[in-house]
Design a protein around this ligand. Sequence first.
Ligand code: FES
Length: 145
Amino acid sequence: MTSSIPPVLCGRRAALIAAGVVGIGGLAACSGGSSSAQGQGGGQTGGAAGGSNLATKADIPVGGGKIFAAAGVIITQPTAGTFKAFSDICTHQGSAIDQVYDGVMECPLHHSEFSIKDGSVVQGPATQPLPEKTVTVTGDNLSVA
Ligand code: FES
């Protein structure tokens, strides 16, 4: 007897489950469900899917970041030339983070804040950091795995 994962799981809870079971590839299959209107003080959103060439270096403000909601990723540039990427799913109760400003990524639901440097909790109620992802820089292009 074999068990299988349902082929279509979308939504925040499913995204969390998928992240643990199948990794970011499963998340890339889900789109929508996240707020698309935000961006303040350097925070922006993008709609590109994860994987190759998610952004260019110029897309990511120094000291800020950009949210790629469709890919479930936030890319930040804490200092010039240093790029970081994090899951956009808040570790408190799974809401999608929708703002990047003043060195933090903020969840809209209960306003937890996470550092753009390392994803650590700056302000609760969240107690766990945002999971970090690997950014690959190829020329001017950024991809996230
Ligand atoms: S779900 Fe993000 S702070 Fe509660």
